[in-house]
Design a protein around this ligand. Structure first.
Ligand code: SAH
Length: 862
């Protein structure tokens, strides 16, 4: 840096030595991180990859055997395995005096109140007469009293509400108990609370359920007082109410979809004037009006989840805007930014983002709200900036243009990005806050502008947080999982970080997505943790599993979705399927109560979508296709194809509305991972027919137990390179029983799950009638990405982004549900599921009235 950077009046200074070092390092990192050149399919899968794929296929086979088609709602088993067996084991003989008192309830009145109790076929215990009161050891109990109920020896006594008193036709005396659950008796379970996790539940808080059991009258132990507390009561009024009781409840609990929710009947219509509670305002648009809401997408990837949510919310008349997104993969960030230019996309670790948010709040307090935190260490000096002559190592800061916390090669502190006076932008550098102690004014300007533009959210700014924190420590693909203490596993810590961010920002709504393993692994510990954490933060919550294929895709793909909603809001439901689906393995039978499916609705569903319908219009390409942009060269051949080619405007995607895009109408990312010569030669010999794979290659035959072996009659065939036509790894994969290596997909099939890799060595990913793997665009079609959505980065990164994403139609259906809840639509509040309107699927959306949603406010784009 030249010494011409002389001091300017009013400008700040810094020491250079360190800054130069930082800049150099950053540039080197950028080059190192660039995986270009790694874009051709590797010769062979590495050992670990093979082992993982093998384990996965074995698990799939097991599940396929266990699965018996779509789930039925008749199985009444808990959603997540609970420690409490139901019906609850109560101690059968209290051995104390017990009798009914008063006159029996007149027969016609009792029949009206409890009709099934008198019909032998439907009642578990048939009644002879009902009563209003009972006496147990000198205490009189009435209907609706809350009581302790004796549990089995050594267990904590249960809590319940008396719903009926009756004498059975077996002449025994019963009461019907409607249960209250302590947190540890719900899906939250004792294992979460025992392991000393990062949160606690109020020991006085219980949850009212609709679960009832008929129990011998003598099991009533004593009366207790459990009061209802409106969840929206302020803490003082709440404390006053709690003085009079032993327990309180503010929400209900139901096993179906592990639901913790407001109690509508006791809470009244919670949704009286929800609009006033939103941070987003209502915009009057003449005949139609749309509410605005802000979205933060954590672990955003290329933005599948948030994109779908916004599309669906728009259909419900809510303008949901992805204002902020965070991911530590730079290519995923580039994709998101490209498709959502107004979003503040941050390429950093979620944990660093949280620290940054907290530091940002302190800076905003200081420079915007003029509040100084006495306990915070402030390296910035407030005094007038020094205009004296520059020291040897000092240069003038022209402008502060960015902020971050830590990061690769950096210390754990706040860094500011600095533009230097007299130097062009190539010399911009990230400086630790400690180097900028004389630059308070520049920082102040930056913070004030950043606050105005909301480059980072403050608590209360975010209406909705969505995200899929990766839990690689549980994935079926990961052999090294620690089931003893899943949250200690570094690979699962992101679940905690996700919840920490929720706790800090307190959005109105939370939607967390994850793989199904989250409910299977370690008895569902991680799912329990997530629910527990939300409930302890006073959120309503529910958990459901959705199959992507059910929303009009040729793919199975089951994922878990967890809703959270503040008690002031309506808890969103799960949208029921619109399409039939070819059920595959992977359905965890013990969790069938939280699968979003209703078999009674099956006849109304559209036919399952097949691979051909999704991709048949795409032009033929070779194994190497270097162009990211090309012409379609043909028209849509199915409703799906017509739909997926809609423009941003017709999809109601407002994230790009100011820009005219030169790519409109062009085909993007229709490029396959280039196979190396040997693999291409193998693929060219796989016949173009349904079910073809490496078994069809010359020299392979299928022996006993469906195992492959080399045909001793045929000499082993070699390729020009000298490598065998049939590689050893294909022969030995899954003990020779797999049909996946070099497998071809067929037009009338659905895919199990689009994954993040495109190598054909151990998965079925060959195009039905072309000698190549499915292209990025074809995979994107299977995930329901609109054709206008473009991916960035080397091709393997593009496959990763597409494979990681939440299938757009699923996210879109959830977005519709969110939009309805956001507007305060409380129809069927006690239901966890709802039917999407007919206009929802594919082209139906053209029928939706043209909601003229206003343009977003301009944002600082780095
Ligand atoms: N919801 C996304 C997919 C997310 S996949 C979609 O629908 O498109 C999970 C993402 O988490 C990956 O993109 C990965 O890069 C990112 N990730 C993993 N660990 C992270 C961390 N500690 N901080 C930020 N991002 C992380």
């Amino acid at each position: 840096m030249a010494s011409s950077a002389n001091a300017t009046a009013g400008s700040a200074k810094k020491k250079t030595t360190k800054a130069k070092a930082t800049r150099k390092k950053l540039r080197t990192c950028a080059k190192e991180g660039d995986p270009d050149g790694d874009d051709i399919c590797a010769d062979e899968p590495d050992e670990e990859e093979l082992a993982l794929a093998e384990e996965n296929e074995l698990a799939e086979q097991e599940e396929e055997q266990a699965a018996v088609g779509p789930p039925t709602r008749t199985r009444r088993r808990p959603v997540i395995r609970r420690r409490v067996a139901k019906p609850r084991r109560v101690q059968g003989s209290g051995n104390h005096d017990h009798e009914f008192v008063g006159e029996p309830i007149p027969q016609d009145e009792a029949l009206k109140a409890w009709p099934t109790r008198y019909q032998s076929s439907r009642a578990k215990v048939k009644a002879r007469t009902h009563y209003r009161q009972a006496k147990i050891e000198d205490t009189i109990y009435s209907l609706n009293d809350d009581v302790y109920v004796k549990a089995a020896e050594g267990k904590t006594d249960f809590l319940g509400r008396i719903a009926e008193f009756f004498e059975g036709t077996d002449s025994r005396r019963y009461f019907t108990c409607r249960w209250f659950y302590r947190p540890e008796e719900t899906v939250i379970s004792t294992m979460i609370l025992e392991k000393g996790t990062d949160h606690k539940h109020d020991p006085m808080r219980v949850f009212l359920s609709e679960d009832k059991d008929d129990i011998s009258l003598d099991c009533i132990l004593s009366k207790i007082k459990i009061v209802y507390v409106d969840p929206n009561l302020n803490s003082r009024s709440k404390a006053e109410k709690l003085v009079e009781c032993q327990f309180y409840y503010d929400m209900s609990y139901s096993e179906a979809f592990s639901t913790f929710a407001n109690i509508p009947s006791e809470n009244g219509p919670i949704i009286s004037d929800t609009a006033s509670k939103f941070s987003g305002d209502t915009v009057d648009l003449g005949e139609t009006s749309a509410k605005k809401a802000t979205l933060l997408d954590l672990y955003s990837g290329c933005g599948g989840l948030s994109t779908g949510l916004c599309l669906g919310a728009a259909l419900a008349g809510v303008k949901l805007e992805t204002r902020w997104a965070v991911d530590f993969n730079e290519f995923a960030c580039k994709s998101l930014k490209y498709n959502h230019p107004d979003t503040q996309v941050r390429n950093e670790k979620a944990g660093d983002y949280l620290v940054l948010l907290k530091e940002w709040a302190v800076l905003c307090d200081k420079y915007v709200h003029n509040v100084v935190h006495s306990d915070s260490v402030d390296p910035l000096e407030d005094e007038e900036e020094d205009d004296g002559p520059l020291g040897e190592d000092e240069y003038v800061v022209d402008k502060v243009i960015g902020i971050c916390y830590g990061g690769t090669g950096k210390e754990n502190t706040i860094y500011f990005k600095v533009q230097w006076e007299g130097y062009d932008s190539d010399e911009d550098s990230w400086e630790p806050v400690g180097n900028l102690s004389d630059c308070a004014l520049k920082i102040k300007e930056f913070v004030q502008e950043g606050h105005r533009l909301k480059i980072l959210p403050l608590p209360g700014d975010v209406d909705v947080i969505c995200g899929g924190p990766p839990c690689q420590g549980i994935s079926g693909f990961n052999r090294f999982r620690d089931s003893n203490n899943p949250l200690q596993d570094e690979k699962n810590r992101q679940l905690i970080t996700f919840m920490d961010i929720v706790e800090y920002l307190k959005p109105n709504y939370v939607l967390m997505e994850n793989v199904v393993d989250i409910v299977k692994f370690a008895e569902g510990y991680l799912a329990s943790y997530a629910l527990s954490r939300l409930v302890s933060l006073d959120y309503q919550a529910r958990l459901g599993m959705m199959v992507a294929g059910c929303y009009g895709l040729p793919q199975f793909r089951m994922r878990v979705f967890l809703w959270g909603a503040l008690p002031t809001m309506v808890l969103p439901k799960y949208p029921l399927p619109t399409h039939k689906v070819v059920w595959r393995g992977g359905i965890p039978i013990s969790f069938s109560q939280s699968i979003v499916y209703d078999e009674t609705q099956e006849s109304t569903l559209k036919e399952a979508l097949l691979l051909g319908e999704a991709i048949s219009d795409l032009p033929e390409i070779g194994n190497h296709q270097p162009n990211e942009i090309m012409e379609y060269g043909g028209n849509p051949r199915s409703d799906f194809q017509q739909y997926i080619k809609l423009s941003r405007k017709d999809m109601l995607d407002y994230s790009y509305e100011h820009k005219v895009c030169s790519e409109d109408g062009k085909l993007l990312d229709h490029q396959p991972l280039q196979l190396n010569k040997d693999d291409l030669a193998r693929v060219q010999q796989i016949p173009k027919k349904k079910g073809a794979n490496f078994r069809c290659l010359r020299g392979v035959r299928v022996g006993e137990g469906n195992k492959v072996e080399f045909d001793p009659e045929i000499e082993r065939v070699y390729l020009d390179s000298g490598k065998p036509l049939v590689p050893d790894y294909a022969m030995s994969f899954v003990g020779g029983k797999s049909k996946k290596p070099f497998g071809r997909l067929w037009k009338d099939e659905t895919v199990a799950t689009v994954v993040t890799r495109a190598e054909p060595h151990n998965q079925i990913i060959l195009h039905p009638d072309q000698d190549r793997v499915l292209s990025v665009r074809e995979n994107a079609r299977l995930q329901g990405f609109p054709d206008y959505y473009r991916m960035w980065g080397p091709i393997k990164q593009k496959y990763i982004q597409v494979g990681n994403a939440v299938a757009i139609p699923v996210a879109r259906a959830l977005g519709y549900s969110l939009g309805q809840a956001y507007k305060g639509n409380s129809e069927g509040l006690d239901q966890a599921l709802f039917v999407l309107p007919n206009s929802f699927t594919s082209l139906g959306q053209a029928a939706v009235p043209d909601v003229n949603i206003p343009s977003p406010v301009g944002e600082l784009v780095e």
